[in-house]
Each structure stands twice: as structure tokens, then as C-alpha cells.
Design a binder for this molecule. Structure first.
Ligand SMILES: *Cc1c(COP(=O)(O)O)cnc(C)c1O
Length: 385
């Protein structure tokens, strides 16, 4: 196979550090469901699942059946998979057959699940998602009692695996009143379960932000996305953590992701010449320019044009001109000895310098998650120590 124009390295030791930190935060007896939607937030689902298992994770959550299929191929036998979002009617059989857990967020789905379980002679494992105030998916109050009755009646065929909801914005302190209200409504649903004598096996509502900052939202399981990849969900959550431990800073969460490429060509550019398309960059002196073999079609944001930096020989090197579809140029005039094929870090650390996703996203107005999840799955991912 020929070589791709960039590569992503994933640090196993950083992930293990992150998982251990999260475990300590949530306490003993609470299970982590590792959220690996969006190609594991751009990290690469196949590689990431293997790494997470090594770090002690055995439950994975996806947004879609399509992603769950990828996890099924990557995971070891003992790990479990849960679909939190789209599962089409015609794929229910597939989920039940493979023992995949999935959310049910409307009553109409239940008879279909029952039919499938009976047909296959296998128990379906459902997580009932309830509406508490995010108003995206979730069973309403009105549908809830009929749902519990249905589950009770058909407990031979359907396992009431979980009761769950999702907070709409737990990462911002300014949303706290909303989060509290959602939590209260969730407790009401739990009360109804108790009254019916129909308790779920696992209760789970916390995402990264809630799990790290709001201990009372941590039940039997937490669904951890962004934090396991080494990102604080928001400055709010980071500062709440610092307050809790009484420190000025804390490197408890480690980025696991480094994006690299290499110098494709080096050329001299005379004073007065323009670089690349258009006239957005004109050399004001004689320059040396290094050519990068990737561009916006490879997930490198075009908004970095004339603004962003890469790392070469541990130095921050400015981008000159526009990011093209498959190429861009950087100014190496002041860096002696740059050679063809020299390693370039696009995101991550090289020697004593780091380029963070966040420095990137400040320029581009992208969310961290957005930038990460857009990294093409075609970029090869490699697990390193
Ligand atoms: C994405 C997602 C999560 C994980 O959120 P993070 O903030 O990345 O931890 C948890 N639950 C649901 C339903 C999600 O869609």
C-alpha cells in the first residue's frame, strides 16, 4: 500500500492516564461507557476501541448502528456496544441478533423490538431514554407508564437494560439551572420505575462534563466522550476541577492525538513573488518555503490560511498563502537545515513546542469536536506508546 499524505499517532499511555483519572473522579463501582461516535471523535474507531480496552474499558457507545458495526469488528468478545441514536427498523434484527444494546425513545418502537426478539429467540437489550428538557430524543411522561407496563409484560423477551437521558449543555455553568431541572425530571422517572417495581439494570445520565463536575449525576454508568480523548469539556469544568483540588493548574487529562506529515518540497522564493493561489501572500524578502502535502480536502481547515502554524524541528513555523485542496506552504526562512521528508507536526507536540487543537479552533471558529470529527477516516491511525 502506498503512503498517505499525513498520519495520526495515538498515545496509549495518555489514554490510560485519562481513563484512570476519570475512574478516580467517578468512584468505584461506576462503569465507563466510552463514547466513540464520529469515528471516535476523529481518533479512529478501530484503533481507539482496542486502546480503550487495554485501558480497562468494556462498554462502548455510538450514535448510530453504522458506527456500532465498526465497533463490533474492532472490539474483543467481552465488550458491549450501545447505540444511542439512529437504528433503522430494518436493522433491529441485526442489533438483537448481535446482542447490541440500543436506546428506545418512542413507544412505537417497542412492539417491533418484541417481534424481533421473539422471532430470533434472543433477548433484546434496551435503554429507555426519557425526555427531561433537551428536547431532542426521549420518551415523554405520557408514554412512560405504558412503556414500563410493556417492559414488565414482556420481560422474557426484552431486558430493561438502562434508563437514561442526556443533558443539554452540562459544560457551561450558566446552564446549571437547566441541568438541575433535567436531573429532577430524571429522578421522577426513576421514582415511577420504583413504584412499578421495574428498575433498570443501569442508570446513566452523565456525559464528560457532568461526570467530572457534578457528582450527584453519576449513577451506575457514565458516558464519556471528550474527556477520555484528553480534552476538558470546557474552561468552566476545568476551573471547577482546579477549585476542587486547590491548584492553579492540572495536567490530569492528556491529549492522545498527534497529527503529522512531512516536507514534500523546499524552494526559494524571491522578494516580490506571490505564494500559491492569488495574491494573499507576497514575499517581502527572499524566502525559503516548505511545501506540505495536504490541504483542506484532508481535513486541514482552510481558515488557517496565512494564520496558522506547524512545527518543524521543534519550532513554530507560519503558514504562508492559502491552504489549497491538497497543498499548503510554510515559511522556513529562519530554520536552517530543513530537509525533504522532514517530520512536520500539524497538531500535537514536537520537542518543546505544542500546537493544540484549541489554538487551531480559535482561528477557525470550529469547535474542538467539530475539527476532530472532520478528520478524514482515510488518514492512517497508528497506536504508539
Ligand atoms: C456525545 C454524547 C455523550 C458524550 O459527550 P461528551 O461531552 O463528549 O462526554 C454522552 N451521551 C450522549 C447521548 C451523547 O450523544
Amino acid at each position: 500500500m502506498v503512503r498517505h499524505s499525513s498520519r495520526i499517532e495515538l498515545s496509549q499511555s495518555s489514554l490510560t492516564t485519562n481513563i484512570n483519572f476519570i475512574k478516580k473522579k467517578i468512584g468505584k463501582g461506576v462503569r465507563i461507557s466510552s463514547v466513540v461516535k464520529a469515528n471516535a471523535y476523529g481518533h479512529g474507531i478501530t484503533e481507539f476501541v482496542k486502546m480503550a480496552e487495554k485501558a480497562g474499558v468494556s462498554h462502548f457507545a455510538t450514535a448510530s448502528a453504522f458506527e456500532a458495526e465498526e465497533v463490533m469488528d474492532a472490539k474483543s468478545e467481552n465488550s458491549e456496544v450501545m447505540i444511542m441514536g439512529i437504528l433503522y427498523d430494518e436493522d433491529i434484527d441485526w442489533a438483537v441478533e448481535n446482542g447490541i444494546e440500543f436506546y428506545v425513545f418512542n413507544y412505537a418502537r417497542l412492539p417491533l423490538v418484541l417481534k424481533s426478539a421473539q422471532k430470533l429467540g434472543k433477548k433484546a437489550k434496551v435503554h429507555i431514554e426519557v425526555e427531561t428538557g433537551a428536547n431532542r430524543t426521549g420518551l415523554t411522561d405520557k408514554e412512560f407508564l405504558p412503556t414500563l407496563n410493556f417492559l414488565k409484560k414482556h420481560s422474557e423477551d426484552i431486558i430493561f437494560k438502562g434508563l437514561c437521558t442526556h443533558f443539554g449543555g452540562a459544560e457551561n455553568i450558566s446552564n446549571q439551572f437547566k441541568i438541575n431541572k433535567q436531573h429532577d425530571r430524571y429522578k421522577n422517572f426513576l421514582k415511577k420505575c420504583k413504584q412499578k417495581g421495574m428498575m433498570p439494570e443501569v442508570r446513566h445520565i452523565a456525559c464528560s462534563a457532568a461526570a467530572l463536575a457534578y457528582k450527584d449525576t453519576v449513577y451506575d454508568m457514565v458516558r464519556i466522550g471528550v474527556a477520555q480523548y484528553g480534552f476538558w469539556p470546557s474552561p468552566d469544568i476545568y476551573y471547577m476541577h482546579l477549585q476542587e483540588i486547590g491548584k492553579q493548574s492540572d495536567g490530569a487529562l492528556k491529549r492522545i492525538f498527534t497529527w503529522k506529515t512531512d516536507v514534500m518540497d523546499i524552494r526559494d522564493v524571491d522578494e516580490g513573488e506571490f505564494i500559491g493561489y492569488g495574491t494573499s501572500f507576497q514575499a517581502v524578502q527572499d524566502m525559503k518555503v516548505a511545501v506540505m502535502p495536504l490541504g483542506y480536502s484532508n481535513g486541514y481547515p482552510r481558515a488557517q490560511s496565512n494564520r496558522g502554524h506547524v512545527l518543524i524541528k521543534g519550532k513554530k513555523v507560519p503558514i504562508v498563502g492559502l491552504i489549497n485542496m491538497n497543498l499548503f506552504m510554510v515559511d522556513v526562512t529562519n530554520i536552517p537545515g530543513v530537509e525533504l521528508g522532514e517530520e512536520v507536526v500539524l497538531v500535537g507536540r514536537q520537542k518543546n513546542n505544542t500546537i493544540n487543537i484549541s489554538s487551531f479552533t480559535q482561528v477557525t471558529q470550529l469547535l474542538n469536536n467539530e475539527m476532530l470529527s472532520r478528520l478524514p477516516s482515510a488518514i492512517p491511525r497508528k497506536i504508539v506508546k
